[in-house]
Design a binder for this molecule. Structure first.
Ligand code: 8YV
Length: 324
């Protein structure tokens, strides 16, 4: 069975595939064209798909009819048309849990960076503008006892809420497709409507799975309802927020600050006006970028492929219906 891996991954993943006698195809060029990438997909039975840019939709599956399974090197699966894959009985694996800590750490980091205007202050030192003491210059705000609103309280959202409660004694409210009983019991988290979430939160942090129906759900009308001291954190997918509306909300003081690990598009252009604001911090999608998380992701993705090659159920699968 031939496995195409489109970008480098930690060695642990390669070792697992090799130990199981799977043939590996790698991408020869560092920045392949779409066509070069597609040619390799056509040669493979299974994809180990790294990076969120390749779309797996009807057109792709029509172009690569031999693809039998895809193991994503990510927890998110928004690049896959799951209904189409399921219809074709193509199992789609993902990598949950192993990156929950790392990703929630970045949300927690961004929240603190924004609350203390770290980006502005780092820039001030680097550009030689650290001069006289000024007791009123670009002051931050403290997070103690504030309300964290989690949009999408799954594994990553839970980790973020747990940290915020432990470190700052925050109150936790959340909006989700369903109730999270563990969070309600252990963190005293309160389920609220989307409107209540946006109106009551001092910090809003997005941890939901992205679907196209949720595009721009954080837009002008939502930012207008938010508190003036609110900090908006997005470590999930850039599509959740409307960037023009966010910029306007920040510039006009409708909300206090924003921390983004995800943007739309990615990478963000270096001339983006958001990068000029003192109350904004942007990171280049590093949520899962730790040795521990990336090793865990490589292991899970490879184990999904090994299971598939043995006609077994993938251990972490997005569309278990393929086995019905
Ligand atoms: C990955 C991610 O870095 O898991 C996800 O959904 O967004 C990140 O962990 C990225 O998708 C690379 O595959």
């Amino acid at each position: 069975m031939k496995v195409f891996i489109n970008k480098r991954i930690p060695q642990i993943g390669i070792d697992i595939l090799k130990e199981n006698n799977l043939e590996i195809i790698t991408q020869e060029t560092e920045h392949p064209t779409y066509q070069e990438w597609l040619e390799n997909c056509k040669k493979a039975d299974v994809l180990l798909s790294v990076g969120g840019k390749n779309k797996y939709d009807k057109a792709f599956f029509d172009a690569c009819p031999d693809i039998k399974a895809i193991a994503l090197f990510s927890v998110g699966f928004d690049q896959v048309d799951i209904a189409e894959a399921t219809k074709r009985k193509i199992p789609i694996g993902n990598t949950p849990d192993v990156l929950s800590r790392a990703t929630s750490d970045v949300a927690f980091l961004l929240m603190q960076m924004v609350s203390r205007k770290a980006n502005y202050n780092i820039e001030k030192v680097k550009s030689g503008n650290w001069k006289d003491f000024d007791a009123l210059e670009e002051l931050g705000q403290e997070l103690y006892g504030k309300t964290l609103g989690v949009f999408g309280l799954g594994r990553i959202g839970f980790e973020m809420a747990e940290k915020c409660k432990a470190a700052f004694g925050m109150n936790i409210i959340y909006h989700n497709r369903s109730h999270n009983e563990q969070a309600e019991k252990e963190l005293d988290a309160k389920y609220v409507s989307f409107d209540e979430l946006t109106q009551q939160s001092d910090i809003i942090s997005i941890h939901a799975n992205y679907t196209p129906e949720q595009a721009d759900i954080f837009n002008k009308s939502v930012f207008e309802k938010m508190k003036k001291n609110a900090i908006f954190i997005n470590t999930a997918r850039g599509g959740f927020h409307n960037e023009t509306d966010l910029l306007e909300a920040l510039k006009s003081g409708k909300i206090w600050g924003a921390g983004l690990d995800v943007t739309n598009p990615e990478p963000m252009d270096k001339t983006n006006p958001l990068l000029q604001l003192p109350n904004v911090c942007v990171l280049p999608h590093i949520g899962s970028a730790t040795i521990e998380a990336r090793n865990g992701m490589a292991k899970l993705a490879s184990e999904n492929i090994v299971a598939f090659s043995k006609d077994e159920k993938m251990p972490t699968i997005v569309n278990p219906k393929v086995y019905d």
